[in-house]
Design a protein around this ligand. Structure first.
Ligand code: FAD
Length: 374
């Protein structure tokens, strides 16, 4: 029997990224009481944004940017469900081909990715809407889960906060990146070897990458017939895109930094200077300087990126073993998170796909349980 003393919610979800929050909402809609525990001081996980210093409004993405609703029915459904508008990625005009210092860039039309669209308010709007749709205080921040113990009756989770809080629930859904779950959480009893191996061998999509956002007063490149896209074999930015709001404001360019985590770390503060220089080289010496540059090095995030993610070459995510989608510990333990998905693993679509599967499995297992005790 569940001891009500420490009992917190029917289902405790570890991780407040898209997957954890969507799992929570789906269960809440079925009258299941939920708690979401998040290690960081903000919800969102790999969704992380630049906000205006003036009014804290959303400006740009340091994590994901695109969705492909034309090919992704799950995200199409969720955007409608959450009442979120989308707009096409700006692709008009020529791209800049950059060959490095001392050379002049070429310009040429490069086709964009078919069907890639952006969300009004960025993926941050998904996080905001999901949190707002949950009962107040469902998400507990600064709550790093350090151990998960399952018994036939319940699940106990230990949190590394100032009180070393212990919480208990009927079941738990772990939505943290699989390698982080395998390496950073103590499991009692130990996870079955096949599950532990599958968790450990699953790379976290985009974990080794770093992204940069440059903010400008206006999208001056558009007036010059440029798309804002940069393809560079010299770097530091390997690939950049127009990242303005739907009506061109706020004006921004975002880029992926084409250097390894080790090289980025070695460059330290020089990296930002090199990015300024590269943007001037690409757009021309007479172009406006960015008002600000923001860099997010995901390789530095201990709740997203494991050492193994940094030491392996990154490959496009594929569907991982079914053991990641099975229920464990007699229906007390479930895994979700984008990397566990059957559809579009690693992507936002996958994060929602995994949430839908986990929520459905929990509802089914609860119905079976209620049938058994009726
Ligand atoms: C730079 C970048 C660009 C991307 N671009 C795209 C894109 O354009 N389109 C797209 O579809 N996808 C993109 N992605 C992938 C997309 O961001 C992810 O698929 C999605 O955000 C994953 O959501 P999630 O909830 O599964 O995991 P996460 O967002 O990783 O959430 C897991 C959460 O668990 C928390 N956590 C970890 N350990 C613990 C613990 N012990 N206790 C408590 N909490 C813990 C973490 O802090 C985190 O908040 C990109 C990712 C990055 C980094």
């Amino acid at each position: 029997m569940v001891d009500r003393h420490l009992y917190d919610a029917d289902v405790i979800i570890v991780g407040a990224g898209i997957s954890g929050l969507a799992t929570a909402l789906l269960l809440h809609e079925q009258d299941v009481s939920v708690r979401v525990l998040e290690a960081n001081d903000r919800p969102g996980g790999r969704v992380h944004s630049v906000f205006s210093e003036k009014d804290q409004s959303y400006l740009a993405d340091l994590g994901p940017t695109w969705v492909w609703p034309k090919y992704q029915p799950i995200i199409a459904h969720w955007l409608d469900k959450l009442g979120l508008e989308r707009f096409p990625q700006y692709e008009q005009g020529n791209a800049i081909l950059d060959y490095g210092p001392g050379t002049s860039p070429d310009t040429r039309y490069l086709p964009g990715q078919d069907g890639s669209v952006r969300i009004n308010g960025g993926p941050q709007a998904i996080i905001n809407r999901l949190v707002a749709a949950l009962p107040q205080n469902t998400v507990r921040l600064n709550a790093l889960v350090t151990s998960i113990a399952t018994t036939p009756d319940d699940v106990t989770l230990e949190i590394d906060d100032e009180h070393q809080t212990t919480l208990r629930s009927q079941s738990a859904v772990v939505t943290v990146p699989p390698r982080i779950a395998a390496q950073n959480i103590q499991w009692q009893p130990d996870l079955p070897v096949s599950l532990k191996d599958a968790l450990d061998q699953t790379p976290t999509w985009m974990a080794p990458h770093a992204k940069v956002v440059a903010l400008y007063d206006k999208p001056f490149w558009r007036e010059r017939g440029l798309s804002g896209r940069i393809a560079s074999n010299a770097g530091p930015i390997g690939e950049a895109h127009d990242h303005c709001g739907p009506d061109g404001s706020p004006a921004a360019i975002f880029g992926f930094i084409g250097l390894s985590h080790t090289d980025r770390t070695r460059l330290g503060e020089t990296l930002e200077k090199q990015i300024y220089n590269q943007l001037q080289r690409c757009f021309g010496g007479n172009s406006p300087q960015p008002n600000a540059i923001y860099i997010e090095d995901w390789g530095m995030s201990p709740t997203v990126t494991s050492p193994r993610d940094l030491s392996e070459p990154m490959s496009h995510p594929n569907v991982r073993p079914g053991v990641l989608r099975d229920s464990h510990a007699d229906g007390r333990l479930f895994f979700a998170g984008a990397e566990t998905a059957q559809q579009s693993p690693g992507l936002i679509e996958g994060a929602f796909n995994a949430a839908e599967r986990a929520a459905k499995d929990i509802i089914t297992s609860r119905a079976d349980f209620l049938d058994r005790i009726a």
